[in-house]
Design a binder for this molecule. Structure first.
Ligand SMILES: C[S@@+](CC[C@H](N)C(=O)[O-])C[C@H]1O[C@@H](n2cnc3c(N)ncnc32)[C@H](O)[C@@H]1O
Length: 208
């Protein structure tokens, strides 16, 4: 497969493109599942977290927080571990070893992007994966919190136990959002069983 063909089907890369489109320096972006830090790093660059923007990230595994901090530091970006919302400074990358269900409590202001790469930690314990009920609750909180013009992006994997149910729960909820207030998109490779899916919801700006 050529590099461009591989990238066409890489939904993480689509989530990066679709978040970069709406993010700018100074914005707040949230990574609900920090994992190895690749999404955090992307968001950190989009919001210029070294100068003015902020990334807030969660992960329930210490290993993931440590990996993400190391990746951000290796890229020369400021990144710190936090355990309370009061520790979030005016700009930078703030990582909490907590469930993304704490999102509402930790948000310092309205985010422009909330991104989640669901499932389990690559190279880690496959039994510690995101779950249907908690992902759905947090997705609902994220939709309520987004700035107008902001996007929720969910990369969902269906091949591991519980993955299909999680995707179906999220997809069903996003499909019920009013087209007056939301633009919703589902992106998936065709002809491949168990391929990941990218769900995107963009909050429309209020009509004048
Ligand atoms: C596919 S990985 C994330 C990949 C990551 N965004 C990256 O760029 O490398 C999924 C992560 O979700 C985390 N996770 C599972 N349940 C969670 C929860 N309730 N809150 C936050 N993170 C969770 C796992 O520990 C795992 O690290």
């Amino acid at each position: 497969m050529t590099a461009s063909a591989a990238q066409l089907l890489d939904l993480s890369s689509w989530s990066h493109r679709l978040s970069a489109e709406v993010l700018g320096p100074g914005d707040l972006a949230v990574d609900l599942t920090a994992g190895r830090g690749h999404d955090c790093l992307h968001l950190a660059r989009c919001v210029a977290s070294d100068r003015c923007g902020t990334v807030l990230a969660f992960d329930i595994q210490e290993e993931a927080i440590a990996s993400s901090l190391a990746l951000l530091h290796a890229a020369g970006l400021p990144a710190e571990r936090i355990c309370r919302p009061q520790q979030i400074g005016p700009h930078g990358n703030f990582l909490a070893a907590l469930s993304h269900e704490r999102l509402e409590l930790f948000l310092p202001r309205q985010p422009k992007v909330v991104l989640a790469n669901l499932g389990y930690l690559p190279g880690g314990d496959h039994r510690t994966a995101t779950g249907t009920a908690s992902s759905l609750r947090t997705a609902q909180d994220a939709l309520a919190a987004l700035l107008p013009g902001g996007r929720l992006l969910l990369v969902s994997y269906t091949g591991h136990p519980g993955g299909l149910e999680e995707y179906q729960g999220l997809q069903h909820h996003l499909a019920t959002l009013s087209p007056r207030n939301w633009q919703v998109l589902e992106l998936r490779p065709l002809g491949r069983s168990n391929a990941p899916v990218l769900l995107v919801a963009e909050k429309r700006a209020p009509r004048l």
